[in-house]
Design a protein around this ligand. Sequence first.
Ligand code: ASP
Length: 307
Amino acid sequence: MQPKLIIHGGAGSSLDEKGGLEIVRKSLHRIVDELYNLLLGDTAALDIVIRGCQMLEDDPIFNAGTGSVLQSDGQIRMSASLMDGLNHRFSGVINVSRIKNPIDLARALQESPDRVLSDSGAAEFVRELQMPVYNPLTDKRLNEWLEDRKQNFNRKMANVVTVSPGTGTIGVVALDKEGRLAAGTSTGGKGFEKIGRVSDSAMPAGNYATDSAAVSCTGIGEDIIDECLAAKIVIRVTDGFSIKAAFERSFAEAHEHKRDLGAIGIDAGGTINWGKTCDVILAAFHDGEKIGDSLEADKGKSTFSVE
Ligand code: ASP
């Protein structure tokens, strides 16, 4: 079957700011290009998702891994999850610090009887796996935090989705030649949050897959959780909706509830979708013929489908 791929680097207000669009586009297209070549070379969807998340985590313009935003106490705590659509298995890590690629922990947990670990348990697991200590802090994020501290952190979210240039939580959804689907999501959180706040990114609300569809979300985690967005879209497809209709219905509900979020997805037939309630979602995809992206998609339109 024709492999398909879509990735995202967050969602939010417009990319109009100087240079933002081209920086994000270059980064997303480079990653899609490399991942799609791997998909053509028989790499499994789950491995593509892991590799894609690592690449996006390593890119400091996105809010995951290196370049993660700081929380209210000035610390970085990252969350990531992985779902294998083939065997319907979710694994994740919540609020982990001092590692390079949180998605690697989610991968290691796929084979564990305990598949979601948080805080001190996650730290213990990092030690068990002998992962090297790594500081994901960048000067840019530190300066943003220092600026926002002056305003007493009164913004709803860190500068993770109001793009200057584009930054945000990351996600990857892939369909491989064998028809296997997988989804992965990784985040530094929304920024300035209370210690212990749990992101949607390591919950089925933010990242979910079956053998019918796979979805990764971005935006305000609390809104994504309230909509249970990823699981809702995937279950609608599993129950017989087309993915296009599942996105349309779920985003109509999200609009009605005044949510601030976005999502990407692929179904087992290879249809790619993305949706947003905000101006833009930073997504790029490969439809089997070419690379495309959502960066200049109609701001007034909510969901998009590519056969
Ligand atoms: N969903 C993430 C969170 O709330 C943030 C983001 O998507 O940028 O933790």
